[in-house]
Design a protein around this ligand. Sequence first.
Ligand code: PGA
Length: 255
Amino acid sequence: MEIVIQPTAEAATKIAARLVAGLIRERPAAVLGLATGSTPLLLYRELIAMKLDWSKLTTFNLDEYVGISPQHPQSYRSFMWENLFQHVNVAVKHVNIPDGLANDIPGSCGRYEQKIKGAGGIDLQVLGIGTDGHIGFNEPTSSLSSRTRIKTLTPQTIKDNAHFFGSEKDVPHHVLTMGIGTILEARHCLLLAFGGKKARAIAEAVEGPITSMNPASALQLHPKVTVCLDEAAAAELKLKDYYRWVFDHKPDWQK
Ligand code: PGA
């Protein structure tokens, strides 16, 4: 894992945006895995400002709520349109988001997996992390080899996401999410975390044992992960001075 610690979320996001933009410029038909929530908002703002060509890209979102329509203001489809897709020249037919209204949920999840495979796999997967260590909506005790499927949110995640819905009682309990096995097949994972609320989950994910109690810890098994943090999210990392030194002293070929 490469751990990048910056003074602010804005500075950490700039590094993440350079990485995504580099891929888009190098591979105009790349496959991007995208995330929702508060964390990637700054990243999407940066990418929009860069005026990149999205016309040949394919995108797959990590997750979606079950039982709310795509037009619902809090659906992840609405989120993606409002915060990214309507501002770039992405082709609608290349955008993929799990279908939270599917009648046949296992069938629909299986087709989502097939579509990712059919697109050649995900080149770069953007990830946030929950305060409980979830990635996508893979809550603690998710199988570390899980595939896209239905999950039930924990009370903690419902609490964390209530601000989007106005109240806890309006947050759906069920979601569709790519599995941890799905995420681990992406060729590069880019995990972002900002703020002190994420510090414990990040320390456990990066430096703790690999355990389904912190699903993000499964990323330790992945050969190419970049973790972009602000100081607050990095606060509980034991080796943070080492990570800083490594980043500041990269050999030229690696910069
Ligand atoms: P957040 O959520 O970006 O809204 O903090 C992260 C997540 O749940 O993955």
